[in-house]
Write a protein that binds this ligand. Sequence first.
Ligand code: IPE
Ligand code: IPE
Ligand code: MG
Length: 226
Amino acid sequence: MPRHIAIIMDGNGRWAKARNLPRALGHRQGVLALKPIVKTCARIGVSVLTVYAFSTENWIRPKSEVDALMSLLMEFLRAETAELKMEGVSIRTIGNISKLPARALAALQESMQRTADEKRMILNLALNYGGRDELVRAVNRWARQGGDQALTEEILANYLDTAGLPDPDLLIRSSGEERISNFMLWQIAYAEIYVTKTMWPDFDPEELIKAIRAFQSRTRRFGAVE
Ligand code: IPE
Ligand code: IPE
Ligand code: MG
């Protein structure tokens, strides 16, 4: 079983477009798709699930779409935190959340506090997340704390938003795009990549199990000979 699964939840807009629906409805459907994936991961023994919900680049979308995404985030937290807590899921984030709208930030902080003691699984929401931004913030924090000896991989890893978490074993991207889009650039060094053409709103636990089975059939070498 992968200890850490990371998902680039892509394709909400195309899902909506194919149905002549507004993009915001695709995002709404995308949020609905997330819940059974989180539950399944928690139940099958995944330790960390990181989902890319909003990138540092997504701010350039129309304000109405950005607003819809932030509202959906708040709705998700309001509606699901209690159940996630019952499932033993602890909510955390990566990304520069200080730049999120104040209301979204407050909802996040409340959900994180309420679930902080849960131990079964971490649901890590990547919000205003960019891999490059994370690395720059990490190095700046290190420098500010008087970092003077040579920076090592171990030290830098401790300043990343993912400090203390295992690297993703499996990276899933929905909707068929074969790119990383600035997601976890440092942490996916040796992740197995699984791309499915399925649009995110249609991604269900069956698809998840398919991805995990594909992962389990891979030979990971980490640079060594087989
Ligand atoms: C992913 O779906 C969700 C976010 C980026 C927030 P998109 O909105 O990127 O959907 P497509 O790629 O346009 O279909
Ligand atoms: C990546 O999807 C970001 C999220 C899923 C939140 P995008 O739709 O923003 O990525 P590009 O623009 O296709 O690379
Ligand atoms: Mg997209």
